[in-house]
Ligand binder design. Structure first.
Ligand code: CA
Length: 363
């Protein structure tokens, strides 16, 4: 009996709620109006649709379109289509466009700490970097550093560990690095400069011709998947697979803060969740494709990957420590971010040394 009364009361309540809502909606002015749509432009530092790097922004645009049922449309532009690859940050900061996709180490001239969110020589792997960003306070620090520029950064993919790169001559000692003109951005470039090399910064599209013409003697880019697509094997004979300067390079989405704040809450969440999904998916893509491309380089193009000798790795590691110590002393922002990053790395490194390293050796 009691149960029946309860059920009837519930039914009445439900009906009241339904009718109540119906009346309210009918009174409201927005009830029948089509949902507002937003059209964004996203500029990138990569050639349009370039494997991995260039696919990440495209995936983001498709995902956002589908999740929002077309309420947020993002048009993606390759490097140079709207703005050059190195002007992505400024375009987003100034609000010329609403979004960008790039690599944080390109902005170290403006924000000295920015490379830490992308890649630090001898730093964290992709898995470790993602753990720090999303569960170790890294993302909050990143957003704090970009805030003065009106930009909200979000992780936008990870290439995994990047190869030391393509060289026209063999590298057998630190001496061999002297005078070497190499395309290498970020702190890795600083380290090589101290080793006597001449680091050059070029966007992706400029590298192949510079290597082929001899304007540069060596280049790093990403790893087999992307390097095969650029055809570097046609311009240099020596491919060094050692990972040192970019142990797990994080890419970034840059979002104009004002444009983001103008979005309703559900679209903001869609942007955030799509960025996070693309961040993970891009790493999965690199892990799958790098291996396949390495086989092609070996079997089809007779490229034998080689390792930098321990003497060179040790030399570069020592210089890296000096470069980081100087950055810490020179910039309070770098010091703040580095404290968080290095503490997290020390802890997770010990954990991975006793678990993952042991497992890889045992497998
Ligand atoms: Ca690189």
């Amino acid at each position: 009996m009691k149960k029946t009364i309860k059920r009837i009361s519930l039914a009445v309540l439900t009906l009241t709620a339904l009718f109540g809502c119906g009346e309210k909606a009918a009174e409201g002015t927005n009830a029948a109006a089509p949902a507002q749509t937003y059209k964004w432009k996203m500029v990138t530092s990569w050639p349009k649709n370039f494997p991995g790097l260039g696919l990440a922004p495209e995936k983001f645009a498709t995902m956002v379109d589908e999740m929002s049922a077309g309420r947020l449309k993002v048009q993606v532009y390759g490097a140079g289509e709207l703005v050059p690859g190195f002007e992505v940050f400024d375009a987003v900061s100034q609000g010329t466009v609403q979004m960008g996709h790039s690599g944080s180490y390109y902005w170290k001239g403006k924000i000295p700490s920015s490379p830490i969110f992308g890649a630090i020589p001898f730093g964290m792997t992709a898995t470790e970097l993602n753990a720090w960003l999303h569960h170790g306070g890294g993302l909050e620090l990143w957003q704090e550093m970009y805030k003065p520029f009106g930009i909200i950064p979000m992780a936008g993919g990870n290439s995994g560990g990047q190869f030391a790169g393509w060289f026209k001559k063999e590298i057998n000692s630190m001496e061999d690095l002297k005078g070497l003109k190499m395309r290498i951005p970020g702190l890795g470039g600083e380290v090589l400069q101290r080793a006597g090399a001449v680091p050059v910064t070029l966007t992706g599209g400029e590298i192949f011709s510079s290597l082929q013409s001899g304007a540069i003697d060596a280049t790093e880019w990403v790893g087999p998947y992307n390097d095969l697509a650029f055809g570097f094997y046609q311009a240099a004979d020596f491919y060094y697979s050692s990972v040192w300067h970019e142990p797990g390079t994080g890419l970034e989405f840059l979002i104009n803060e004002k444009a983001y704040n103008e979005l309703p809450k559900d679209l903001q969440k869609i942007v955030e969740v799509a960025a996070r999904a693309v961040n993970e998916d891009t790493l999965d893509e690199y892990n799958a494709r790098n291996n396949a491309a390495m086989q092609t380089l070996k079997e089809k193009h007779n490229i034998v990957p080689r390792e930098l000798p321990p003497e060179v790795i040790e030399g570069l590691r020592k210089i890296t420590e000096d470069v980081i110590a100087e950055q810490v002393a020179a910039d309070p922002g770098f010091a703040k971010v580095w404290t968080s990053y290095s503490e997290f790395m020390a802890s997770i490194r010990a954990y991975h040394d006793s678990t993952l390293r042991a497992y890889l050796n045992n497998r």
